[in-house]
Design a protein around this ligand. Sequence first.
Ligand SMILES: [Zn+2]
Length: 93
Amino acid sequence: MLTRPHTTLLLAVPFAAVTVAVVLNASRLKLHADRHRIEIAARPRPACPQCHGNGGWWTDGAFPDMEACSCWADRRELRIRLLPAPAWNEPPF
Ligand SMILES: [Zn+2]
């Protein structure tokens, strides 16, 4: 049985299309989509009275660290796994 040319094209187009990652930034949500996952995550609110849209602040002390603001850090995110990530083929050293 011969393979139809349009069947090959129908298989090649989705593989070419999924290699491009798509990142869309709405005002309060960030959408990331590639062939490995689709993810919707919260972004800092620009009108937040605590972080003013920066997403957090630096703490004082001997070891300053970034403190995440609750306007985005405590919100749920949605992640749908599609294809597994490729295995690491190189030796560690
Ligand atoms: Zn905030």
